[in-house]
Design a protein around this ligand. Structure first.
Ligand code: AMP
Length: 407
């Protein structure tokens, strides 16, 4: 880890600006998955224990109109956080101005406040998400130090991350550190064998990841909708399954480059409509009818993937193996969860987004080494890209041993 962390700076009596990622799903005012709040607790508790003044802020969804604003308040999140922390979290319903400034001025050491959704600043000219320099400077003026714990937005330069870092001592929180160590560190220095599992809807979303992992992983198991573009590239009929015609040549060249590293499904579950309650059957690639689409991998594929995973020391998984939102087509994704949960000797890392949602929803939230809280960010990190929200943090001191390891 070549960036400073929260443990490298003094927090006592300081106004500690903490960018958290509380972009949680909320339906009718109720939080349906509080994982991101739970994962931010170690950093918040540390600021409290060190007697800093914790000023928390986050974005929540996209806010472009007054209508979006009306349904995007972080108030329910502040309430949930208060329950989880077991101490008051004072909610400030604005993103700037007198009310916020005087609330901060009145804070005592160890207190927590949280201000309103940073994207409220997007209504007039996307100030937050276009990294408006005046806004970053203003938010920086509210604190003494900046802690970025929001891995989920680290792949974008926003006023609430890079915009603040330029003006204050800026360090990673514990969650950010964990994400960087697990996702970056694991991929760059894997214990071998290193097997990657990639699924999800489209090849186009994951070209960079496949290319980066081809150089680093020992095997890449491909399932989900993206497998069909590869199967078509191999000359199979795929019926009406999801396929990106303009990526068939790319799929061919990736297969050539892979020299046997890419393992594709051998059977699948097909149906005639994109729905849960239509009749379905399991078949092989040579026997898909023109009016059928594949929505899940079949049992032979699960057995093949299990065999490929046997003995692996590092597994990184991104993207469900089927349409897991439909119970009839969730078996492949569930089977991968079960297989990985049993691999006690391996580091098992789940990239964020839908595979993380599926694993949590299926009851496997504590069965892996790490489930990332970042969707787009974990994908870009898996692609080997630098993340602006991380790059803008202060560099760690060089190591004592002189080798440049930052330890
Ligand atoms: P991604 O965000 O790229 O990881 O894609 C996740 C989405 O891929 C989920 O909503 C799945 O329903 C979808 N998906 C997985 N397998 C298939 C498939 N065989 N056909 C269509 N969509 C799929």
């Amino acid at each position: 880890m070549n960036k400073k962390t929260i443990e490298d700076i003094e927090l006592y009596g300081k106004r500690v600006l903490v960018r958290v990622d509380f972009n949680v799903p909320i339906k009718s005012g109720v939080i349906t998955d509080d994982n991101r709040i739970v994962q931010a607790l170690p950093t918040i508790r540390y600021v409290i224990a060190e007697k800093g003044k914790a000023i928390l802020f986050s974005h929540l969804g996209r806010v472009e109109t007054a209508e979006d604003k009306a349904k995007s308040s972080l108030l329910p999140v502040a309430k949930r956080l208060e329950e989880l922390l077991g101490q008051p979290v004072k909610f400030i319903p604005v993103t700037r101005g007198e009310v916020l400034e005087s609330a901060i001025a009145g804070m005592k050491n160890g207190e927590v406040i949280m201000f309103e959704n940073t994207r409220f600043e997007d209504i007039e000219g996307k100030k937050e998400s276009k990294n408006n320099p005046e806004l970053g400077l203003y938010w920086a003026s509210l604190g003494d130090v900046f802690v970025n714990d929001a891995f989920g937005t680290a792949h974008r330069a926003h006023a609430s991350n890079s915009g603040i870092s330029t003006h204050l001592p800026a360090v990673a929180g514990f969650l950010m550190e964990k994400e960087l160590r697990y996702i970056g560190g694991t991929v760059d220095n894997p214990l071998r064998p290193f097997v990657a599992i990639l699924g999800g809807a489209k090849v186009s979303d994951k070209i960079g990841v496949i290319e980066n992992l081809l150089a680093k992983a020992d095997k890449i198991l491909i399932g989900g909708g993206m497998a069909y573009t590869f199967m078509k590239a191999l000359g199979h009929n795929i019926g009406t399954s999801i396929c990106e015609e303009d990526k068939i040549d790319l799929a061919k060249s990736l297969l050539e480059k892979a020299k046997g590293k890419i393992i594709l499904p051998v059977d699948l579950v097909v149906t005639k409509e994109f729905a849960n309650d239509t009749p379905f059957r399991t078949t092989t690639y040579g026997d898909i009818h023109d009016d059928e689409m594949g929505l899940d991998v079949g049992p032979k594929t699960i057995a093949l993937f299990k065999k490929e995973l046997k003995g692996a020391k590092t597994v990184v998984w991104n993207g469900p193996l089927g349409v897991f939102e439909f119970a009839n087509f969730a078996k492949g994704t569930r089977a991968i969860c079960e297989i990985l949960a049993d691999m006690k000797d391996a580091r098992t890392i789940i990239g964020g987004g839908d595979s993380a949602a599926a694993a949590i929803q299926m009851g496997f939230s504590d069965k892996f080494t790490h489930i990332s809280t970042g969707g787009g960010a974990s994908l870009e990190y898996l692609e080997g890209k630098a993340l602006p929200g991380v790059e803008s943090l202060d560099d760690a001191e060089p190591c004592n041993c002189g080798c440049g390891c930052n330890n």
